[in-house]
Design a protein around this ligand. Structure first.
Ligand code: FAD
Length: 316
């Protein structure tokens, strides 16, 4: 069975949920082989094996991660040449999409980004893409070279399957051209203890309706183990960090559940969240456009509704 290369997304060996999703998808297409770059392999190995990685190609040299994403595209191109995989799967993060694009050029292969479903198809992979901020669903397949697919978070439910995770250290040195830019400093974000916005299964967002007080939105999010997002109005007012903005000029999220609190539902906000599986809104204006989009709507003041919902969830 042909290998399917999966680029592992991790922080010091703590493997992100998106990698478990990609390994689950990879098993539909062939035999999953993880590609692990950086330190922390010992910590990652168990997770990779648990989600079915049969092999792990790894490169420990810190040099690979010092030069942004270009060396990773070179590494994957080297592995494509040596393993002739059935497909290469990467997370559809900004970094993942850049790696995928560079890899497609290097290997003269077709590339599909923002896939929300990937299955084995006639002569290769059959993908479903969400495009124009979720306004259209497109089915596509790669007709040239090795299928390279950037998959959106939450596109598959991670399923466990024992894999050997047999590791193989790859002899790889980035070219001089790949070392054209270097990271000079990297500071971790202040930890909130909440999941990352783009990969969270539940997102609770607040808008101008919070009046700048996000405490009820945060309490509700914490009762659900959710990430906290914000509309641009809230971000522009300085009430919440820019990194939490959801929408056309913010982050695109596609969680199982999205709860919009005090958000009107402008087209630019929808562009970042309308592919969420279930959408709930809390808004005191029953004519707010967000209600055209929702699966469940609550007409009410978020300062009354959210504390009651938080208490009910805590009591459940
Ligand atoms: P409002 O539209 O002011 O809505 C506030 C809502 O809160 C109202 O519906 C009101 O009824 C309700 N409310 C008030 N008080 C309460 C209460 N106590 N309880 C319950 N409900 C209450 N916006 C984004 O979000 N993301 C983007 O990425 C983005 N990109 C943009 C790009 C461009 C080029 C442009 C032009 C705009 C962009 N916008 C974006 C802005 C967008 O057009 C809207 O202005 C913005 O989304 C409005 O934010 P809001 O819903 O929080 O505020």
């Amino acid at each position: 069975m042909a290998e399917v290369l999966v680029l592992v997304d991790h922080v010091d060996g703590k493997v992100r949920k998106t990698t478990a999703e990609l390994l689950t998808i990879a098993r539909r297409l062939g035999e999953p082989s993880a590609v692990f770059v950086g330190a922390g392999f010992d910590a990652a190995k168990e997770s990779l094996a648990r989600f079915g990685a049969e092999k792990v190609y790894r490169v420990e040299s810190p040099e690979v991660l010092e030069h942004l994403v270009v060396p990773q595209a070179e590494l994957l191109a080297q592995l494509v040449a040596s393993t002739s995989p059935a497909a290469v799967l990467v997370p559809a993060s900004p970094e993942g999409k850049e790696i995928a694009a560079r890899l497609a050029v290097k290997t003269e292969s077709g590339l599909i980004t923002d896939a929300v479903d990937v299955q084995a198809g006639d002569g290769g992979v059959a993908t479903t893409q969400s495009v124009f901020a979720g306004s259209y669903t497109v089915t596509a397949t790669v007709t040239k070279g090795t299928p390279i697919v950037a998959v959106k978070p939450n596109s598959a439910t991670p399923e466990e399957a024992a894999g050997a995770a047999a590791d193989e250290v790859v002899d790889f040195t980035p070219s001089d051209a790949a070392k054209g830019a270097r990271i000079t400093e990297s500071k971790p974000k202040q930890a909130t203890g909440r999941p990352e916005l783009t990969e969270a299964a539940i997102v609770v967002s607040g808008g101008r309706g919070t009046g700048g007080d996000f405490s009820k939105v945060e309490d509700f999010a914490d009762s659900l183990g959710a990430a906290v997002g914000a509309s641009r109005a809230a971000v522009d007012a300085g009430w919440y960090p820019h990194t939490s903005q959801v929408g056309q000029t913010g982050k695109q999220v596609s969680p199982q559940l999205y709860v919009a609190c005090g958000i009107s539902g402008a087209i630019q906000h929808r562009a970042g969240m309308q592919t969420s599986k279930t959408i709930v809104a809390v808004n005191k204006d029953n004519e707010a456009p967000i209600f055209e989009l929702v699966d469940f709507g609550v007409v009410g003041d978020l300062f009354n509704v959210l504390p009651q919902a938080t208490e009910a969830i805590k009591a459940a």
